[in-house]
Design a protein around this ligand. Structure first.
Ligand code: TYD
Length: 214
């Protein structure tokens, strides 16, 4: 099973992914938690370029190609091997991030984005995708709090530094994707407290698992 998590900065993906992995492990699944960008060794080097705030000059197309390069390496080296060993893979961001950040927010050619994703992913589509939905103002506050508390490194703040309207386009982009494909997406209101968010995610997960097994 391949599960992806999406959402704006500060929506709490990392915490909730851990809960899902704990739940699946307790149910007897072997799990691999991973993320983009930076799920492979080569990907970690690409991530450093992408998220360094000093790299203000990255051309939008260069950015898109680096995310695609990271994803290709990640799928080939990590995701496909894990899935073929029967593991469940839970990924913090995947191709929908490119559609939303580079497409909806940076306004790059969506045809090119879909073609790159198609080449890189082939038949690998997530079985389910959780969107942790949140007002960008709250998400950015949370993300900056992490930066200031030192739990997120200040070398990785290139996206947090974008203005509010950028993040509003991202939120709207995710909700639009969910509207287009309700069979894959599950939208969770992440303004709620952590425990309620966790319960809603695990409920949706068990419902979907039951449906997949039928
Ligand atoms: P990260 O520190 O992992 O952020 P978060 O904790 O919010 O997931 O940084 C990943 C950043 O990269 C995030 O701002 C979204 C962006 N991104 C893209 O723009 N396109 C993509 O395809 C992916 C995977 C991420």
């Amino acid at each position: 099973m391949f599960i992806t998590f999406e959402g704006i900065e500060g929506a709490g993906k990392t915490t909730q992914i851990r809960y899902v992995a704990d739940y699946l492990t307790a149910e007897g699944h072997q799990c691999m938690i991973t993320k983009e960008p930076g799920g492979s060794a080569i990907g970690r080097r690409i991530r450093a370029i992408l998220l360094d705030p000093a790299n203000r000059d990255i051309h939008p197309l260069t950015e898109l190609l680096l995310y695609a390069a990271d994803r290709n390496q990640h799928i080939q080296e990590m995701i496909r091997p894990a899935l073929s060993q029967g593991k469940s893979v839970i990924c913090d961001r995947f191709h929908d991030s490119t559609v939303v950040y580079q497409g909806y927010a940076r306004k790059l050619d969506t045809g090119l984005i879909h073609e790159l994703n198609r080449q890189v992913m082939a038949d690998l589509i997530p079985d389910m995708t959780f969107i942790l939905d949140l007002e960008p103002k709250i998400g950015l506050q949370r993300a900056w709090q992490e930066v200031n508390q030192g739990t997120r490194t200040d070398r990785e703040t290139r996206f947090e530094s974008e203005d509010l309207s950028f993040h509003q386009r991202i939120r709207a982009g995710y909700l639009e994707l969910a509207r287009q494909d309700p069979a894959r997406f599950i939208v969770i209101d992440s303004a709620q407290d952590e425990d309620t968010v966790k319960k809603e995610i695990l409920q949706a997960l068990t419902d979907r698992l039951a449906a997949l097994e039928q």
